[in-house]
Design a protein around this ligand. Structure first.
Ligand code: NDP
Ligand code: BG6
Length: 513
């Protein structure tokens, strides 16, 4: 937690804050929170949302009187919902005590309401059930929209008109995709704002809830040694890399109308870039941080087709195993041009970053899985040890790597004298590997984000002007790719991706780390 209001670190150190926990008996002013997971029968709800809510409960971050409702069209009983979600609940640490008992207590607070997404009457029924649970307390309500985007607005309309809190706050968490270009995203925002104010809308980008992404500001602004180097003067290039070693299996239908640029680059990688490159905010307040993010996004040049490489994975057989092509998915058209890989060079036209290439690379079905930020520093001017590096001077430049996942780490590559009587240098690493340094497990991004939404902390959510600025950078390129029907370069499933990515990097004298 960075801000004075931020709960997470305070919680971790001092236990949950009073407001949320101390209830000695119901009086009118005591609050309760009702969380409705809309789309409770779906993949994200099962995989991420219920487990995150349980982890918060387990750690003591949910108030004693919270209530959770699952909402979907499926006809489940409370017991069936409990049975369904209990399958994915785990105690994060293996040797935790009372895990079973805690699970039972948690499940007893989970209920199900079956309804249509566009039916005000069904939401009124939900409202009735919520009131029964909330009786005697000041009710706050959080709705988590874990549903396909085409029904967002229906649900927002019904929830805000028929099931919003009678006297406490009502907040809505929305999952991406937030539109597919500037126009559709603007339209979505306009529709949401018919029913909600901006401060009721919590747009999730779950990468902002990842520990090392949150740590970026701490690294930059609370250490003397990094921030003075954080500019074109010392940094040669910055790389933002996302890779997965599996394809789009099971999500092909969604993926085909979005593609990797919208799925990963326009949101997850761009958010990381904004935090990496923004100026120092006035304070750690959500609005101050988001103001700086908007500023840096607006200083960026929209992506140019020349600076982008797109790829798509193809099937192949290796070691007796057959790996499918993207287009083998029955929900994907055979002639699909949707990129499952993209690399791009981006530029920030401001005093700090003028001319520094920010290279992004994101792909599915690659040889490994991970997300990292690589910062390559410039050469040491007049380096006395130049000869020790042979002809490949690039190998001698410092590199800072922030490995977001897996095996969270921050490491700095430096040159060092090999101990001994001679004068030989090698590349060594100052390494902060989280698993060796910290014993406490790292919470899932969804835990932090849900907790922040409950506490009204907006720092890690996307404001609408930020979203507009992000789409403005990508929309012209996305249109051009589609209009010109640019064919993606095919790469084998499990490979390092198309060679085009290397040419793109070489154009800016960059080598991928
Ligand atoms: P699902 O496709 O599993 O949908 C969730 C629920 O919505 C379903 O269980 C179903 O419930 C209902 N639903 C599905 N399709 C329709 C439809 N066409 N019309 C009406 N209702 C429908 O979605 P996910 O759980 O995978 O994702 C939820 C949201 O989160 C989406 O916006 C997705 O883009 C986003 N997201 C998902 C991620 C993931 O890993 N899954 C990652 C990041 C974002 P019922 O039939 O019972 O009403
Ligand atoms: C989601 C994308 O936003 O992020 C998925 O839609 C992707 O395609 C996922 O797999 C990656 O998230 P994580 O947290 O597993 O890196």
């Amino acid at each position: 937690g960075l801000t004075k209001k931020s709960p997470t670190k305070e919680h971790a150190q001092n236990g949950p804050v009073d407001e949320v926990v101390h209830f000695s008996g119901p009086t009118q002013t005591e609050t309760t929170v009702s969380i409705t997971v809309v789309g409770a029968s779906g993949d994200l709800a099962k995989k991420k949302i219920f487990p995150a809510l349980f982890a918060l409960f387990y750690e003591g971050f949910l108030s004693e009187h919270f209530t959770i409702f699952g909402y979907a069209r499926s006809k489940l009983t409370d017991e069936e919902l409990r049975e369904m979600i209990s399958r994915t609940l785990t105690c994060r640490i293996d040797n935790r005590e009372n895990c079973e008992a805690k699970m039972d207590q948690f499940l007893q607070r989970c209920f199900f309401h079956s309804g249509q997404y566009g039916s005000e009457a069904d939401f009124m029924e939900l409202d009735k059930k919520l009131r029964e649970k909330e009786v005697g307390r000041l009710p706050n309500r959080l709705f988590y929209l874990s549903i396909p985007p085409n029904i967002f607005i229906d649900v927002v309309r019904c929830a805000s008109q028929s099931a919003s809190s009678p006297s406490g706050w009502t907040r809505i968490i929305v999952e991406k995709p937030f539109g597919r270009d500037s126009e559709s995203s603007g339209e979505l925002t306009r529709c949401l704002k018919q029913y909600l104010t901006e401060d009721q809308i919590f747009r999730i980008d779950h990468y902002l809830g990842k520990e090392l992404v949150e740590n970026l500001s701490v690294l930059r602004f609370s250490n003397l040694v990094f921030e003075p180097l954080w500019s074109r003067q010392y940094i040669r290039n910055v790389q933002l890399i996302f890779s997965e070693d599996f394809g789009t299996e099971g999500r092909g239908g969604y993926f085909d109308s979005y593609g990797i640029i919208r799925d990963i680059m326009q949101n997850h990688l761009l958010q990381i870039l904004a935090l990496f490159a923004m100026e120092t905010p006035v304070s750690l307040d959500a609005e101050d941080i988001r103001n700086e993010k908007v500023k840096v996004l607006r200083s960026m040049r929209p992506l140019q087709l020349d600076d982008v490489v797109v790829g798509q994975y193809k099937g192949h057989t290796k070691g007796g195993r057959t790996y499918p092509a993207y287009t083998d998915d029955p929900t994907v058209p055979k002639n699909s041009l949707t990129p499952t890989f993209a690399a791009a060079a981006l530029f920030i036209d401001n005093a700090r970053w003028d001319g520094v290439p920010f290279l992004m690379k994101a792909g599915k079905a690659l040889h490994n899985k991970g997300a990292e930020i690589r910062v390559q520093f410039r050469h040491v001017p007049g380096n006395l040890y130049k000869r020790s590096f042979g002809t490949d001077l690039e190998k001698s430049t410092n590199e800072l790597v922030i490995r977001v996942q897996p095996d969270e780490a921050i490491y700095l590559k430096i040159n060092n004298k090999i101990p001994g009587l001679g004068m030989r240098l090698d590349r060594s690493t100052l390494n902060l590997l989280y698993s060796s340094k910290y014993t406490k497990e790292i919470p899932d991004a969804y835990e932090r984000l849900l907790l922040d939404a409950i506490e009204g902390e907006r720092r890690l959510f996307i404001r609408s002007d930020e979203l507009d600025a992000a789409w403005a950078l990508f929309t012209p390129l996305l249109k051009e790719l589609e209009q010109k029907k640019i064919a993606p370069e095919l790469y084998p499933y499990g490979s390092r991706g198309p060679v085009g990515a290397h040419y793109l990097a070489a154009k800016y004298n960059v080598r991928w780390g």
